[in-house]
Design a protein around this ligand. Structure first.
Ligand code: GLU
Length: 448
């Protein structure tokens, strides 16, 4: 049987696209792509009160940003005539009937459409959990529509999966208890039974239900915090599935090849924000300097953006130093607030006492060290001025007189900060002219 695989992601637009729903979307997408099938996005907006356009937009925006492209798009609110046709059909075939009801609160009489329950035990296979059985008798003759124009959720889902030819339903495990009733409707419609796979819940680190409090945000919020789509997808992919080893880094291409419904985990997956940060850092390091530079630049305040534009080469050279300090681009803002970026573009103010370092306290001695540094570093050709050449020039001298005595003042003269990258890295980024100028300013302060 070589039927074309059709999967769907069917969110109700009653909230933003959360990290948990991304997993459902990703697995459905992977399965379709792996089998050269079709991936459908179906917005389940039958609940008119709770469904909001802005949530639908957020869902689409999140999926697009992640690259989870869909081949077909539907809105249940636009499919009324299809549900109506099937309701009429079921009534005609006596699988459903109109039933007069009294609405309790209003005391009015109305007519709803009920499904004639055959009261059977339904057994279905779940790819993640094996066989599941359910006696549907307790459901009674359940309502499938309030009237011909107002189908209820379970009915619309089954009609849509049938009409759209969905072959594999991958969804959260809150769908398990809905499945037997949906299968009854399916059988009445004469629809084939799709393959089911219900994903275990995602839990917080303390094993409670995952919520915003645990760092679980909308995907668009992760984007705004400077996470990369490849990190989110890697993270989400391995929450509830693994390729059969303890591999932690997996690309979309690789997961498309390796994904298997049979390897879904049964136990709840735990959401670990530190893992996501670690992955994000990994993927940030893979970006080109230019691309990372754009991300950093977009998060700088206007005055620093101006400095960057005037001194592009310093900016590009300092990107690795920035990347080393962050796990998402949102943290660039913290670096800015702590003054960690500014000193690359503006000569720092010094605190004279800090210039000596811990081992020395004699201005004449320290200024003589820095004099020697100016002489050594000054002899390097402009065109050959790098972190490595500076280190090669300075290292032996520093080792001879004491590294702390020489390298601390050098580093402090270049950064004006008690903590910063090492002096060679700084010199390499700042370039010859600025390096020499800052060293000379330090000498001036010491000898004033
Ligand atoms: N619309 C349902 C939800 O957002 C999912 C339906 C399904 O996947 O069958 O929870």
């Amino acid at each position: 049987m070589n039927k074309k695989v059709i999967t769907r992601f069917a969110p109700s637009p009653t909230g933003v696209l959360h990290i948990g729903s991304v997993r459902t979307a990703l697995y459905s997408w992977l399965y379709a792509r792996q089998n050269k099938g079709t991936f459908i996005l179906r917005i389940e907006d039958t609940d008119k009160e709770r469904s909001k356009k802005e949530y639908e937009e957020n869902i689409v925006e999140g999926l697009t940003w992640l690259g989870l492209n869909y081949d077909e798009f539907y809105r249940q609110s636009e499919r009324g005539s299809i549900y109506k046709k099937h309701l009429e059909d079921l009534i005609e075939k006596r699988f459903a009937y109109l039933s007069k009801e009294v609405i309790a609160e209003e005391g009015q009489r109305t007519e709803v459409i009920r499904f004639k329950n055959p009261n059977r035990v339904i057994t279905f296979r779940d790819e993640a959990r094996g066989d599941i059985s359910f006696d549907t008798t307790e459901l009674g003759d359940f309502v499938i529509a309030k009237d011909f124009d107002t189908p209820l959720y379970h009915f619309a889902v089954v009609v849509d999966d049938f009409e759209m030819g969905v072959t594999h339903i991958i969804r959260g495990d809150d769908g398990i208890s809905n499945t037997p009733r949906q299968i009854l409707i399916q059988e009445a419609l004469g629809a084939p039974r799709p393959v089911y796979a219900h994903l275990p819940m995602i839990l917080a680190a303390d094993k409670s239900k995952l919520s915003k409090r645990h760092g679980a945000l909308a995907v668009t919020e992760y984007r705004d915090e400077g996470y990369l789509p490849e990190a989110i997808l890697n993270f989400v992919a391995l929450m509830g599935w693994n390729p059969g080893n303890d591999q932690e880094i997996i690309s979309v291409n690789e997961m498309t090849k390796l994904f298997m419904l049979e390897k879904l985990q049964k136990a709840g997956a735990v959401f670990n924000i530190d893992k996501l940060k670690w992955l994000n850092k990994h993927y940030i390091k893979l970006l080109s300097i230019e691309r990372a530079g754009e991300e950093v630049f977009s998060r700088l305040p206007p005055d620093l953006q101006k400095s960057v534009k005037e001194n592009q080469s310093v900016f590009l050279k300092m990107i690795p130093v920035i990347i080393d300090r962050i796990s998402n681009f949102g943290e660039v803002k913290t670096l800015v607030d702590e003054g960690e970026i500014e000193y690359f573009f503006r000569d720092p103010e010094y605190n004279k006492n800090e210039l000596y370092g811990k081992e020395e306290h004699n201005p004449a001695v320290t200024s003589a060290y820095i004099d020697k540094l100016v002489e050594l570093i000054g002899s390097i050709d402009q065109g050959n001025f790098t972190e490595e050449t500076v280190k090669a020039k300075v290292w032996d001298y520093a080792s001879e007189v004491g590294r702390g005595r020489v390298l601390w003042p050098m580093r402090y003269a270049l950064s004006g900060r008690a903590k910063s990258a090492d002096p060679f890295t700084l010199a390499g980024i700042l370039g010859k002219e600025t390096t020499i100028r800052r060293l000379q300013q330090a000498i001036k302060l010491l000898t004033a």
